[in-house]
Design a protein. Structure first.
Length: 299
């Protein structure tokens, strides 16, 4: 029995592709949340439904739950994998709970896949090589079991890594990387095409502001407001909470990459995209007619 762990829309799309090309069956789906089941936009969970339908069963893991509770859930999944000679597939290599569970099953096969820009940014938490920096029992266990951090441990355990970032260095060496043949245009939802403006030259991609500190959220939102006059379209992030009431703001079902490729081809001109370290800037870096401007680089 195989296990897939999913947290974001991009992850669910990659899982769907892995299942298709590797013919992975049967499998269990582990769905992760920060606090509660309705914390993200419906469009996020709509992509989960496709892979959930084919799963033998699914379980939920909440980051806000106590450590031992989540470790117990991951241990049960690891036990299933080990007894049935299956595989585990996950993106979040910084998961301390999963790293603890994986430590108990040293021979279980773990495979990883992209979670976004963290996979290619050498200063991200996925490349961290220090133990969990916190006091108490959790910090002590981290230092004892993972002296170079849980992320380092899980990267080393990864048998194969699946990526949509062709030719970019990832969290494991190239001989363990499998590049997926990814066509963003195939992920464009016709319902979005019907709603998009005919001519667009500047697009603003929102972000999950709740992932930043309160101070950062205020600063980043202010930047967005300041640029609205020079922006033709504001596309909300799949996990972005509604906060800006403006006619240019929209929430789409398609991945941002699919929309950007479509809009650029439709306009037949250069497309400018404002963003906050979006994954699309890496996955579409070879599209010369799409110019990405990272507003976080000013901070």
């Amino acid at each position: 029995m195989n296990v897939f762990i999913v947290r974001t829309r991009l992850q669910s799309l990659i899982i769907e592709e892995i299942i298709s090309i590797e013919k992975v069956s049967p499998y269990v789906l582990v769905v992760c949340y920060f606090d509660h089941k309705n914390e993200d936009a419906p469009e996020v969970y709509a992509t989960y439904d496709k892979i959930k339908k084919e799963a033998v069963f699914s379980i939920d893991v909440f980051a806000s739950d106590k450590l031992l509770k989540n470790v117990a859930k991951y241990v049960s999944m690891q036990m299933i994998v080990s007894l049935t000679k299956g595989k585990v597939f996950l993106a979040g290599v910084d998961s301390f709970s999963f790293a603890l569970a994986a430590k108990l099953f040293p021979f279980a096969q773990i495979n990883t896949f992209d979670d976004g820009s963290y996979n290619v940014q050498k200063n991200s938490k996925y490349f961290c090589e220090t133990p969990l920096a916190r006091p108490g029992f959790k910090g002590l266990i981290s230092k004892l079991l993972f002296p170079k951090g849980g992320a380092k441990y899980l990267r080393a355990r990864s048998k194969r890594h699946y990526t949509v970032f062709a030719d970019l260095e990832n969290i494991v060496e190239k001989d363990r990387v499998m590049t997926l043949q990814w066509d963003w245009s195939k992920l464009l939802d016709q319902r979005d095409v019907d709603e998009l403006p005919a001519q667009v030259s500047t697009i603003f991609l929102g972000t999950a502001f709740q992932d930043f500190s309160e101070r950062q959220q205020t600063k980043l939102r202010q930047k967005a407001v300041e640029l609205m006059d020079s922006t033709d379209l504001y596309i909300m992030h799949p996990r972005e909470k509604s906060w800006l009431n403006h006619e240019k703001v929209t929430r789409l079902s398609s991945p941002a990459e699919a929309v950007l490729v479509y809009m650029q081809r439709a306009s037949k001109d250069k497309l400018t995209v404002y963003h906050y370290d979006t994954t699309a800037a890496y996955s579409l870096r070879n599209y010369k007619d799409i110019k990405f401007i990272d507003l976080l680089s000013d901070d």
